[in-house]
Write a protein that binds this ligand. Structure first.
Ligand code: HEM
Length: 508
């Protein structure tokens, strides 16, 4: 998934290609065995699984236009081959909630995703520690034990409520000030970018305990350089990954990729070093030091400063596009579904009086708001494909014995789009998540934050950011889509540009 996440971010400049025809041939045997209806009379192995040949895969990607929409390729292959098959790289793809559950429930003590070799290479070159994405095994486990504290439990995230609300206030001010000529309605030309800046400001305020100025009229030069470095690192990642080591000297990609990381780490390091200095001053003068996440990590004797540099940087990178893309899709769906928007407005305005800002505690009384986010993540999962590698022993999945070190590709997108799991799956319907006595979807049919000990560490923070922003926006602003100039989706559902939004004040 780390690769998928980095790919997600890398593809911010991708484009939407027209869908190719979907064939409806299915591999009945694999489907029936996997769903348990075929007698398991024979010992079945990896070799017995239906297979997509590498050339077939190349053909689909290059000639059939799946290059920029491999999430749709998941659906295509599932229709042809059933819910479990081998892909062109001999990985085992699973695309039913039952099989997904089987894989994840059998995961090992230190679950492994994929190797982040080129991320690790930079850290090794420059002497920085690994973070939660790059670390593996017992070291990863010990790191997560420390990172989880003050972040993963819902009551931990509540303490960041006021920090996030301050950032939301600045976001709303910025949007309002955009067009001073009209108090009633105005256009926001690139809402995806506004949400990117909001998410970066929000996660940095939590992680660094400082503000970066992303929501100011003019973004400070250092912050802008940091944003550019993130973009540079991701846009050259794929080229750096496929360039052979011997060719790096002759092509510009590797150097640019490293320059991107240099910019990211030097910015993060400067902020962390400032905090270390501040803590030291307090220690020297015998003063108590109050602080949040970074202070907690730096005060933890089991974490070296080198590890803090690595972890904070990876948390920061994971916490921006994920949240901002989800918010953009949520707003898009609200803008084309005015009844859902009105219902959200009703819920927020009846739960919190208009003179009060919604808090983390208020959000627990807003089931519809939470359902809107859950449904957005079902339709547009920011991590549409994840992975697990069982490194200790072979494992039996869907009746097939799969040798150790085989990669399992978890096809979340195909699962959450399947009408067997969600009736009318292409319709945005938050109601399906309400706990009002209706039948609940299979628990593994939509798991946008992953599962188990390797699941998303930033989940609670991300949810709180999205709830607090959306509750305030929906109470104050009526959002309509005016022009969808260019709705680009790419390989992993990242929005490059979502046209123009037409905003109208509800309450000034
Ligand atoms: C809408 C927002 C987000 C979504 C949908 C999301 C989703 C995910 C998913 C699916 C995974 C992989 C889990 C697994 O393999 O089982 C993950 C991992 C991770 N996420 Fe998030 N994430 C979001 C926001 C954030 C934020 C705000 C942060 C930072 C505070 C963050 C930090 C991480 C980290 C560090 C990992 C790697 C964990 C590990 O390997 O131990 N995420 N995320």
């Amino acid at each position: 998934m780390a690769a998928s996440l980095s790919w997600t971010l890398m593809r911010r400049h991708g484009c939407w290609l027209l869908p190719g025809p979907l064939t409806s041939v299915s591999c009945r045997e694999a489907g029936r065995l996997a769903s348990g209806t075929l007698t398991e009379d024979k010992h079945r192995t990896l070799q017995d699984l239906p297979k997509v040949h590498f050339l077939e895969f190349l053909y689909r990607v290059t000639c059939q236009g799946f290059y920029n929409r491999t999430h749709e390729l998941q659906i295509h292959e599932k229709q042809r081959l059933g819910p479990i098959y081998r892909d062109g790289m001999n990985q085992v793809c699973v695309s039913s909630p039952e099989l997904l559950e089987e894989v994840l429930r059998k995961e090992e003590k230190f679950p492994c995703r994929t190797d982040m070799a080129i991320w690790k290479e930079f850290r090794d070159m420059k002497g920085f520690g690994y973070g939660p994405f790059t670390e593996d095994g017992e070291k990863w486990y010990n790191l997560r034990v420390m990172l989880n504290k003050r972040m993963l439990h819902p009551k931990d995230s509540v303490q960041y409520g006021s920090v996030i609300n301050n950032v939301v206030t600045d976001f709303i001010k910025k949007i309002h000030n955009r067009d001073q000529s009209s108090t009633a309605e105005y256009l926001v030309p690139d809402i995806a970018n506004e949400f990117y800046l909001f998410s970066l400001e929000g996660i940095a305020a939590i992680l660094f305990e400082t503000r970066l100025g992303c929501l100011e009229e003019e973004i400070p030069a250092g912050t802008q350089e940091f944003i550019n470095s993130i973009a540079r690192m991701f846009s050259y990642s794929m080229a750096a990954h496929i360039t052979p080591k011997w060719a790096r000297r002759f092509l510009p990609h590797w150097e640019r990729y490293i320059a991107g990381w240099d910019g990211i780490f030097s910015f993060a390091k400067e902020l962390i070093d400032k905090k270390i200095e501040l803590i030291q001053q307090h220690v020297d003068t015998d003063q108590d030091m109050e602080g949040e996440y970074l202070t907690y990590l730096l005060s933890n004797v089991q974490m070296s400063t080198k590890d803090v540099y690595g972890s904070i940087t990876e948390l920061l990178l994971a916490g921006v596009d994920t949240t901002s893309n989800t918010l953009t899709w949520a707003l898009y769906q609200l803008s084309i579904n005015p009844r859902i928007q009105d219902r959200l407005y009703e819920e927020v305005s009846t739960t919190v009086p208009s003179d009060r800002i919604p808090t983390a505690a208020d959000v627990t009384h807003m089931p519809y708001l939470r359902a809107v986010i859950k449904e957005t993540l079902r339709m547009y999962p920011v991590v549409p494909v994840n992975a697990r590698v069982m490194t200790e022993k072979s494992v039996t999945i869907g009746g097939y014995e799969i040798p150790k070190n085989t990669t399992f590709v978890l096809c979340h997108y195909a699962i959450s789009q399947d009408t067997k799991n969600f009736s009318d799956s292409s319709t945005f319907n938050p109601d399906r998540w309400l706990r009002d006595g209706r039948e609940r979807p299979h628990p593994f049919s939509s798991i946008p934050f992953g599962f188990g000990v390797r699941g998303c560490v930033g989940r609670r923070i991300a949810e709180l950011e999205m709830y607090l922003l959306l509750s305030r926006v929906s109470r104050r602003i009526k959002v309509c889509i005016k022009v969808v100039s260019s709705l680009f989706l790419c390989k992993i559902l990242v929005i490059v540009s979502l046209g123009f939004f037409f905003f109208y004040h509800k309450v000034v």
